[in-house]
Write a protein that binds this ligand. Structure first.
Ligand code: FMN
Length: 253
């Protein structure tokens, strides 16, 4: 089994590690010329962003050549995923993949613009993360089918959503909104955890380019909490308790 993952704050890496098999980082696969993946089962674990998959994950699906009898997709999410499953089905169809199994694991919501991380962490036990993961692992190991069958109406809604809402939320120039305060020590961790190679750190400061994935890995993993967005729901930051900073760096560098 091969599991490809995208992670900013470790939830997806933790789920991918628990599922097991050969783990491949999508940001690293995206830096290769071509990607051929062939295995009896191939899966993707990715965060839900604005009720769809991250931009880079969609680009990966469109670029990679995946050959498998059993293709699965697991979202991690915080609050709700609405039509995110339909989104995967639409993309899978487009690239000629049959989506055998799709599911979602509710974890901490790292969208700091809406959610206070301390409150998210404090209420995490109510989400029974381990129970959800155990079920996903069992169903994948049994090669269960859990498919989505979007209606014409679902597809039309999806089209509208992608054009009018998600595209506006997940704009690649979001990085222009970041500020870096005087606590920054130019350690370069923000650049190392950025899955999009969008950050450069020099003696004169931190510079964001224009292809931000809006994952907030830089903001959450900054050891000095020096990176900010104009509106934040709280001061605490988040990284999955089972995942180290070095693992995030190792995944995204
Ligand atoms: C830009 C952005 C948008 C998000 N949108 C959603 C969403 O629509 N629904 C949801 O439940 N969680 C949403 N989240 C929360 C993440 O999906 C969730 O915290 C995920 O587990 C993070 O995975 P990671 O730790 O591997 O990066 C969003 C997070 C970000 C950064």
């Amino acid at each position: 089994m091969t599991v490809c993952y995208f992670t900013a704050t470790g939830n997806c890496l933790y789920v991918a590690k628990r599922i097991g098999g050969t783990l491949l980082s999508i940001p690293q696969l995206m830096r290769q010329e071509t990607t051929e993946i062939e295995d009896d089962a191939v899966g993707i674990v990715a965060p839900c962003y604005a009720v769809e998959m991250p931009m880079m994950v969609k680009e990966f699906l469109e670029k990679a050549h995946i050959r498998t009898e059993y293709f699965f997709f697991i979202y991690t999410y915080g609050m709700g995923y609405a039509q995110a499953f339909t989104n995967v089905e639409v993309t899978a169809r487009k690239v000629g993949l049959t989506l055998s199994y799709i599911n979602a694991v509710q974890m901490v919501d790292n969208y700091i613009l809406f959610f206070d991380m301390q409150e998210q962490i404090d209420t995490l036990p109510q989400k029974n993360v381990e129970g959800q993961i155990a079920q996903v692992i069992r169903e994948i190991n049994e090669r269960q089918l859990k498919q989505v069958y979007p209606t014409e109406n679902d597809l039309a809604e999806m089209e509208k959503w992608n054009k009018n809402h998600a595209a506006n939320i997940l704009k690649k120039d979001t990085a222009l909104g970041y500020t870096v305060n005087g606590d920054c020590i130019r350690c370069g961790i923000c650049a190392k955890v950025c899955p999009a190679n969008n950050i450069t750190v020099t003696d004169s400061g931190v510079r964001f380019s224009d292809h931000c994935e809006v994952c907030y890995a830089c903001l959450h993993n900054c050891p000095k909490s020096a990176i900010h967005m104009p509106l934040e729901a709280g001061t605490a930051h988040f990284r999955n308790e089972h995942i180290t900073l070095n693992e995030i760096i190792g995944s995204n560098q």
